[in-house]
Design a protein around this ligand. Sequence first.
Ligand code: HEM
Length: 622
Amino acid sequence: YRYVNRKKLPPGVQPLPGPWGRSPTPQRRTRELTTTTAGIPYIGRVHDIPAKASWLKFYEWAQLHGPIYQTTIFGEVHVWISSEQIAHDLLSKRALIYSDRPTIPNLPDNRTSGDYLALLGRTDTWKRQRRLCGHLMHTSALDSLHSYPALERDRFLYLMARSPAHYREWIEQFTSRTVSRLSWGTAHPAQVLRHTTFGLLETISPSGALPNIISFLRYVPEWASPWKQKERRRHELEDQVFRANVGFVGEMRGREAAQPSFIGTFMAEMGEGEGTEEAMRVVGLMAIAGALTIGSPIQSYLLAMCHYPEWQRKLQEEIDTVLEGRCPQWEDREKLPMLRAVMKEVIRWRPPVPTGIPHAVEKDDIYNGYFIPAGATIHALEWGITREEAMYPEPEAFNPKRWLDPAFPTYREPLTQYPNLNGFSQFGFGRRTCQGIPIVEQDLFLTMGGMAWAFDILKKRDAAGNEVPVHWLDYTPLLIAKPEEFPFDATPRSEAKMELMREMYESAKAKEEEEKATAKDFAFPDLGLINQGKGIEDLVAKEGRAASIDDSHPVSTDVRDCSPEPGLSSRGDSGSEPDEPQSETEGEAKHLLQVDEKRHPRKGKKEPIITGQAVPGAWKWS
Ligand code: HEM
């Protein structure tokens, strides 16, 4: 087979090297034979890929076969790139043919359905949605994201101070509440967003659902496919939530209490015409992206501070000296280069998307004499890219200095502006680069800066005074990787700071109470009830307990679990009091949703149709 294929290639062109493919030198061939097991025809080397930290294996192969190599898995060609230069050469410079997305076997209409911008193929729908996403992001970024990240950060710090052991819960609350506010002007839907979003992550991740590895399982009919059934139920719930949120924003339009949001900006410019259906999907995807990703670097920051206390001290020194005791605000960013360097280094040290989000190549291509076949899936292996010695000396060390000291190749001036996250390889390449960088930048600046201002993050000590060990590299296996739970202490740096945190929290809480009162006036559907509805059951996949989001009773260890814990609320962020008895039934929840459906008679229409009119100063539909 390989002989016949080789014959088809133009003279001088070779197939890419790779495990069980062509090894370029006899030495490498020998090394490969002694260090790895044999591949199986058609199936390839799938048995070599570990369920956890698969990126380490792909990186190991990169060291063996070079910065670009290919693997064949169940007959499909995957190309792995571990060099930023090569990723730019292909994904950016040849973007015309490298900007498609592969089909996800467990979500086979991902390229066409228009539901998830980031997973769409290179279609007109994708181009239109990407333009809209860019426009909404730009408008809000000019407004400093309406101060939502600062408001939520103030709430987050106090919760962390009171109960650092629940840090994962507080971080996920921070990211999902911030992006809920940005998307729909309210934190109300944050909890349900977390449920549906983490379900989607499982649906699309290679290690999340079997059909993503054994691709022919996608042809199993729904009645026999637990993966398809689960995804259908998750999608239905997500659909209901998005419609309810847009309905709420629609009702609030023009009222004094209406809060700014992405979807509100859309409606202000375009009205509530046909385009609203598609805008709902675009904004929904932005909310999904925000809820999924940003928690990863915030958790990795805590891990880094446990292992590198000297950098915590330096960061605290910068903040204390420059701000004279104040907690960092977004307006301080030019004055705090070390904080920006720590943010960037956390992302480099522990990439949130270590295997990258794959592109697909649409035509046969030749790169440096190597053949890349049309239809191949192209992975910019972010883990490998952040470990290039020439760019990042001693890549395994957490060293923010590489962004601040002219002796390092990554240094850039002026330090009032650099380092920043724009153009960073960890946000992708070419026409598909991440559109959420302004949100990431502000969320990370405020949370990491706030934590350095507020706490000493330290390893715990046992009764004998010995440090309790903290892992270095035990990360979750899905597409977006987060550190597995680890113990640490977050000690407030002074009584005065603790008191300030309490005041900041009270003021954020007071604002929220006002919002809740307004929302009640407009009969906002209680999305918290959906947590108990049928559709969510299958999202309760793994370990964990009740998902109360109540500030005063942190109980959740896993957002996918939504079964109410006796005596505790599971109504999510919907404004319930912690000890309020749960009397609502599933039927009542459905009733509330039906009310919402009446408000949105177009429910159920699958293919969005855009006929919006261009507005002066706004973006234009094509
Ligand atoms: C730490 C946080 C984040 C990281 C590391 C990250 C990383 C990425 C990566 C690697 C891609 C794929 C790029 C490519 O295919 O070359 C991507 C795409 C995308 N991201 Fe992010 N992202 C983050 C947060 C966000 C947020 C908060 C939003 C909210 C709007 C967002 C919106 C998007 C969108 C819309 C795309 C798809 C672009 C397209 O396919 O055309 N991301 N992101």
